[in-house]
Ligand binder design. Structure first.
Ligand SMILES: Cc1cc2nc3c(=O)[nH]c(=O)nc-3n(C[C@H](O)[C@H](O)[C@H](O)COP(=O)(O)O)c2cc1C
Length: 398
């Protein structure tokens, strides 16, 4: 099967897939694969995209759609459209100070940027570069004092929302990273391949490792000494992420975090109910972009049941496979108040920096606006399953 992104890119990028192609050229192969790849056979990662394609929109005509409202309120914040830049670990490897560039683009577009625990630029650096503080994504380490310290730092810069990622008690195997020797000790041959890969991207070398200050984990500098290589970092994650976290720990998070709290990585309605009982403000239906457990359902498929189980009690967000404004409308129709996008911003920042992310978001907003008009809708906030052909039944049938 050929994807649109496999076409040679002789024209200006028009879609997230075009940015994927640009990124493929601009950054070393091992980094491209780190972003592009998923866990095991990547079946869930592909299903995130293909199931969204199966969800059909319902074309409705002859309604007055002269005014169309894409903005929405999420966790007390007004967003220009229901899109959020997802936390992407090591994002700052993709372009010079990439998290700062992406956060600036998000701010210009009126949508939030989520700073990952394992970002290259620190939360303070990102907050200094923008007027709107980023949301903060937390991984809990065995030494709880790191998480407590990170929550204090996020609070100090004014982060309004803590995104607690709960689907990574252990790391899913990402075979592309193993093949590229991003995991484990590289063989001599792998080192040569990596060296050739790097030298064939002189612009990236000039701008990122050389021009971009030393690459460190801005939020974890003291925590990860000696884990400066990807392989060292993976080993550090395995040794330090805490797999003993349970719903009872939400109370501990609440002791240290007074802002909004959402849990990211929910696929199961029963887990969503537990999250509500534990006192969160929202859930993110996510399979980590297909990077954790393969063979779990796509998020488009899992979302309606989770949304039904949650009802109006807390906010439901979702991510996975969203590439266009049409996908945004589909996810909202399936039950999400807003969506997070991961790879689209990673590709755009790798391909064209802040300008690329800004453009990618503009295109997404334009497409969402068109989709609203052609489904006969005047406001994204009012979109429900009636915007889908047969209520979106196709994705439920698999
Ligand atoms: C390269 C990469 C790194 C990621 N790092 C993190 C992370 O540090 N924390 C986190 O909660 N999710 C992380 N994710 C998952 C994203 O936040 C999001 O759930 C996922 O990318 C959504 O799928 P999409 O890429 O198809 O949009 C990462 C995803 C990618 C692609």
């Amino acid at each position: 099967m050929r994807f649109a992104a496999d076409r040679p890119l002789g024209v200006a990028p028009a879609t997230a897939s075009d940015y994927r192609e640009l990124a493929r050229r601009r950054i070393p192969r091992q980094l491209f694969d780190y972003v592009d790849g998923g866990a095991y056979d990547e079946a869930t990662m592909r299903a995130n995209v293909s199931d969204l394609h199966k969800v059909l929109l319902r074309q409705v005509v002859m309604r007055d759609v002269s005014v169309r409202e894409p903005s929405v309120e999420v966790l007390g914040q007004r967003l220009a459209m229901p899109v959020i830049l997802a936390p992407v670990g090591l994002g700052g490897m993709l372009a010079q100070r990439a998290e700062v560039q992406a956060a600036r683009a998000a701010e210009a577009a009126g949508v939030p940027f989520v700073e990952s625990t394992v970002s290259i630029c620190s939360i303070e650096e990102v907050a200094r570069a923008t007027r709107t503080p980023p949301w903060f994504q937390l991984y809990v380490m065995r030494d709880r004092s790191y998480a407590e310290n990170l929550m204090a730092r996020a609070h100090a810069v004014g982060s309004p929302v803590l995104v607690l990622t709960v689907d990574l008690p252990v790391l899913g195997a990402r075979h592309r990273d193993t093949r590229n020797a991003m995991v484990g000790e590289p063989s001599a041959a792998a080192k040569v391949r990596r060296g050739l890969d790097l030298v064939s991207h002189p612009r990236w070398i000039r701008e990122v490792p050389i021009g971009g200050k030393p690459l460190t984990f801005g939020n974890l500098e003291e925590a990860v000494p000696g884990a400066r290589t990807p392989a060292g970092f993976q080993a550090w994650v395995n040794a330090n992420f805490d797999p003993s976290v349970t719903w009872d720990d939400i109370a501990w998070v609440r002791e240290h975090w007074s802002g909004k709290l959402i849990v990211k990585g929910i696929l199961d309605p029963e887990d969503a109910r537990r999250a509500i009982d534990a006192g969160v403000d929202g859930v993110v239906v996510s399979n980590h972009g297909g990077r954790q457990l393969d063979s779990v359902p796509s998020t488009a498929r899992a979302l309606p049941d989770v949304a039904d189980a949650v009802g109006d009690e807390v906010e439901v967000l979702a991510d996975g496979g969203v590439r266009t404004g049409l996908d945004v409308l589909k996810m909202v129709a399936l039950g999400a108040r807003a969506v997070l996008v991961g790879r689209p911003w990673a590709w755009a920042v790798a391909g064209r920096g802040e300008v690329g992310v800004r453009h990618m978001l503009e295109v997404m907003k334009g497409d969402l606006d068109t989709a609203l008009g052609l489904t006969g809708q005047t406001s994204i906030a009012g979109v429900d399953r009636s915007a889908l052909y047969e209520g979106g039944a196709a994705v439920r049938e698999g």
